[in-house]
Design a protein around this ligand. Sequence first.
Ligand SMILES: [Zn+2]
Length: 311
Amino acid sequence: MADDSRLAALADIPRSDCELVFLGTASCTPTASRGVSCIALRCGGATWLFDAGEGTQIQLQKSCVNAGSVTKIFVTHCHGDHSFGLPGLLCLIGAARSQEHPPLEIYGPERLRMFLRASLRLSYSRVLPYVVHELVGVPYMHGAYGSCPTQAPWVALASALQCSEEYGECSHGRDITADANGHWLLEAGSNSGSSSNSSLAQWSVTAAALSHTVPCVGFVLQEPERQGKLRMDYISPILARNAAGLRAAGIRVPQSLLSVIKALAPDEQYAFPDGTVVTGAEATSAPRNGRKIAVLGDTCDSSQGESAVLH
Ligand SMILES: [Zn+2]
C-alpha cells in the first residue's frame, strides 16, 4: 500500500522534458535487484549515459530507455563497477541503432580507450562505430590511500593495440587536456536559448577531478538559458476578440497562431486584424535559467551549487 501511495504522489509531479533514470546505484557488485553504476539522462529524443557497470545492458532493457537513443557515454573512472558493462553495452546499442548514425561518443580517463580495444578484440566483437575521447592527466588525488596503482603494464599495452575500424573504433578520438582551471571541456554546448524544449546537443559538459583511489572525475552539465513561457493570460484575450477577423483572413483555428507567436524573436511583431501589435518580448515571460546537473564518480568529497548532484 505504501508503494501505491508513493506512485500516486509521483503522478502529481509535472512531467519534465528531461528525465534522469537510475539504471544502477549499487557499489562494487550487482545484486539480483540492483545494478551497479549507471545513470541515464533523456532529453529531446537523445540519451546520455553516465558510467556503465556490469549488467548495464540488462538494466537498460528493463527500463524506459531505448538503447538506440544513446548517443554519448561518460565514464567517471575505470573501476570495474563503472566500466565492466561497456563491451556488452556497445553490442546492445549497435543492434538497436542504424549504422547511418554518427559514431557513439565515449568520454573517460586515460586507459579507457585501451580497455575497450583489448576487450572487444579478444572477444572478437565487431561493434557499432564508436569513438573514445580521453581526458588526459586526471590526477590521483587520494593521498590517504597511498599512491595510485602502477601504470607501467598499461603503458606497454597502449603501444601494442592500435585503433581498428574492423572492431568499431573510429580514429578521430581526441586527447583532451585540462584548462588553466584544471577543468576538461568535453562538450561546448550552445548559447542559443531559442527553444523552450531542451536538446542535449545544446548542453555543455565539463569534467573536474575528484578524490578517489584511482584517477576519477565528476561531470557538470549545463543547459543554456531557455526561452520564456508563452503568456496565455496576455495572448488569450487578444485571440478571442480577433477570432472572427482571423477566420475572415483565412486562419480557421486562431489557436494555431500560438506557435507562430511563441517563435517570434523579442523584437519581432505580429499584427492582429483589430490593430493590436504583439512583440515576442511581450508575448513570453522572461528567459528561464538553464538547469545544471553534476554527476560525480566515486569520491569522499563533493561539490555544491547545482540543480542536482548525483553520486
Ligand atoms: Zn571507484
